[in-house]
Design a protein around this ligand. Structure first.
Ligand code: PLP
Length: 381
């Protein structure tokens, strides 16, 4: 089955009781048993919920995995993966990543004895020298947030596996429509479904998909034991979002292509980070592992002062100044004070994230309106 068909049908059966084509929202906390232990596979809603099961099965099929496990947020999903580690374990992390993930790693898990090393992984050839006997996991986001660097998933998987280390890919920025990390050798794929999967800025949810049965069992155990599960209505919202992921992504990418080119020729703009440009340093990797170049980009102004960036950020009318990404509406953001505020300034600057960088999540509005909006905002400086 092709991906576009899977997005609509995979994992979804008409409701056995009524024939309803849309998966019902099973808003229940518990399930009646015929006799102790004799039940229809559902006992308590933290452990299992039929709406959640359908979403988990759909995501498993869409990411070409074997097991899907849903969580109450992208961060809860990432947290569950970290709970599979032991004190003394080491994680190699790509150094340009979501600030919340950086915060979870450095402020919460580091104090339990897990070591995180943040490395520029644009050249995976550096990995063999970095991995140690304690390394358990390589953690990458690609394209990276917010600098839109692209990391070679297959090359990282090859090196990691040669050292008995697992590779986890946060696929939030690309979405499964643009890349499927498990097909490229990753062991774990994680999503903030809050973004493109939900797609309408109305839900917070996370999903992990894996192939390995033992790892899936561990994650299910953590899901049930720690209890960061999504409610059935939220699962249903993501299921509904999935059905239009492909058409939304096509328009997101098409709009982003035009906006990236518009910004690049603009006299006020110094640099545009978007991996679709043939001269982007990782363009060849992006062409190889992605189906299109995505709708996330960031740009720096020629006038690098913070107040100038702020003027642009507060002058757009269609691009809403807000955290998050991947919804149908276009968003503009300031990573240094918003999504990446929890990364110390020196670390940010080291990875190339300047104080004045502006990030765009390009929505699916009419592209001419979006360009006109950016044009008038850039004229305010
Ligand atoms: N991963 C990435 C790349 C993100 O951008 C985010 C949130 O912005 C997350 C994970 C966390 O997801 P959530 O906000 O659903 O907890």
């Amino acid at each position: 089955m092709q991906l576009a068909t899977k997005l609509i049908h995979a994992g979804i059966e008409p409701d056995p009781v009524t024939g309803a084509i849309m998966t019902p929202i099973y808003q229940t906390s518990t399930y009646v048993q015929e006799a102790p232990g004799k039940h229809k596979g559902y006992e308590y809603a933290r452990t299992q919920n039929p709406t959640r099961t359908v979403l988990e099965n759909a995501m498993t099929a869409i990411e070409n995995g074997t097991y899907g496990i849903a969580f109450s947020s992208g961060m809860a999903a990432i947290q569950a993966i970290m709970h599979t580690l032991q004190p003394g374990d080491e994680v190699i992390v790509s150094n340009d990543l979501y600030g919340g993930t950086y915060r979870l790693f450095t402020r919460i898990f580091a104090k339990y004895g897990i070591r995180f090393r943040f490395i520029d992984l644009q050249d995976p050839a550096v990995l063999p020298d970095i991995l140690t006997a304690n390394s358990r996991l390589v953690w990458i986001e690609t394209p990276t947030n917010p600098l839109i660097r692209v990391i070679d998933i297959a090359a990282c998987a090859e090196v990691a596996h040669a050292h008995q280390v697992k590779l986890c890919v946060d696929n939030t920025f690309a979405s499964p429509w643009l890349q499927n990390p498990l097909d490229l050798g990753a062991d774990v794929v994680v999503h903030s479904a809050t973004k493109y999967l939900g797609g309408h800025s109305d839900v917070v949810l996370g999903v992990v998909v894996v192939k390995d049965a033992a790892l899936a069992e561990q994650l299910h155990f953590i899901q049930n034991s720690a209890g960061a599960v999504p409610g059935p209505h939220d699962c249903w919202l993501v299921l509904r979002g999935l059905k239009t992921l492909h058409v939304r992504m096509q328009r997101h990418c098409e709009n982003a292509r035009q906006i990236a080119h518009f910004l690049r020729q603009h006299q006020a703009v110094q640099q545009v980070n978007w991996c679709g440009f043939p001269d982007h340093p990782n363009h060849e990797v992006a062409r190889r592992q992605m189906r299109d170049f995505g709708a996330m980009m960031s740009f720096a102004l020629k006038d690098d002062r913070l107040e100038t960036a702020y003027r642009v950020l507060s002058s757009t009318r269609l691009f809403a100044l807000a955290e998050s990404l991947g919804g149908v509406e276009s968003l503009i953001g300031h990573p240094a004070s918003m999504t990446h505020a929890s990364i110390p300034r020196e670390e940010r600057l080291k990875s190339g994230l300047s104080d004045s960088l502006i990030r765009l999540s390009v929505g699916i509005e009419d592209v001419n309106d979006l360009i006109a909006d950016l044009d008038q905002a850039l004229r305010q400086i």
